[in-house]
Design a protein. Structure first.
Length: 326
């Protein structure tokens, strides 16, 4: 089968490789589409360098990159009961061997759900990691409720476009932070207010929020705190950083140190994809309450271009690799 391999950090190649073999609890999927996440380019580059402690000091240990996919079940392991051959599914192989940038990929049964018939493969492939991150950040860590004022920093990106829609679906009043060219996009997703970060710094205005979801930018926890109400919550997901060694982890440490000393709660987390959340997201997408935003579509052989596009940091929604595109 054809697959994108990563045998050296920063180097992707389209090669013929052996087909993966599913374990007892796994599903082998004929991949129709795979999306590119920020996490994918960090793994491909081995940057910041701290990620190499887990994924290989000198060369990556995952072989084929790619986390999120949508496709059709080819075979199932002997313990699999949820799916059968021919089912259309979507899910994630993140931290479970990866492998989504290929014609076929193995995914644990517990990280797959059926794809709604009305949702194209390209859109379904864009859901898993980004939407799960937004959902868990808002619901579990931000504890967003109806009537809350929620600020989404990085609102036009992969996580941000889902976060705006989910916060609005929860009944929150959403303010979106993005660049000038994306103001109308985030308004169309449900943002009641928009802030153009090229002209306005949200940390020095008079507005205060119950929850800030920081999916981009370089503002420190102390600066973000100025835009929180007493008892408000800062949820850090990511953000930009020029530190080659630890990336944005410095902000995470600073938030953990600051949180016990102030009235606001400062937290960060690593997304934990699961079948229950994926099923909820599938239902929200099928009912039209959430729509994956697609920026660009690439062929499998253009995976390097897709990763570079996401790495550039200006993707509107998600970039997707379509296996049926030549």
């Amino acid at each position: 089968m054809k697959a994108i391999t990563c045998r050296s950090y920063g180097v992707l190649r389209l090669e013929e490789v052996d087909e993966p073999v599913p374990g007892a609890d796994d599903v082998l999927v004929d991949v129709q589409a795979a999306s590119v996440n920020a996490a994918d380019w960090h793994l491909v580059r081995g940057a910041p360098y701290i990620v190499r402690l887990k994924f290989g000091l000198r060369r990556p240990n995952f072989g084929i990159p790619g986390s999120d996919l949508a496709g059709t079940v080819r075979t199932v392991g002997r313990n699999v009961t949820t799916f059968q051959v021919g089912d259309d599914v979507f899910g994630t192989s993140s931290l479970q061997g990866f492998g989504a940038f290929a014609e076929r990929a193995v995914v644990p049964e517990r990280l797959l759900v059926r794809k709604p018939a009305t949702v194209p493969f390209d859109q379904a492939a864009a859901i898993s990691l980004a939407a799960s991150t937004a959902l868990q950040g808002l619901r579990d860590h931000g504890r967003v409720e109806a009537g809350h004022r929620v600020l989404v920093v990085g609102a036009s990106g992969g996580v941000g476009t889902f976060a705006v829609q989910l916060a609005a679906a929860f009944g929150a009043e959403v303010t979106a932070v993005c660049s000038t060219r994306n103001l109308e996009l985030v308004r169309s997703l449900g943002a009641a207010h928009v802030i153009d970060y090229t002209t306005t710094d949200f940390t020095v205005g008079g507005s205060r929020f119950d929850v800030i979801l920081q999916a981009a930018g370089t503002h420190s926890p102390a600066a973000c705190r100025r835009a929180l109400v007493p008892g408000g919550t800062l949820v850090q997901i990511s953000g930009d950083s020029s530190n080659r060694w630890i990336g944005p982890i410095g902000r995470v440490v600073a938030a953990a140190a600051l949180s016990p000393l102030v009235s606001q709660r400062m937290t960060s987390f690593t997304v934990q994809p699961n079948q229950r959340d994926l099923a909820l997201l599938a239902d929200l997408v099928e009912r039209g309450q959430v729509t994956p935003v697609l920026d660009r579509t690439f062929a499998l052989g253009e995976a390097s271009d897709a990763v570079r596009h996401v790495e550039g940091g200006h993707t509107r929604g998600k970039a997707v690799i379509n296996l049926n595109r030549s």
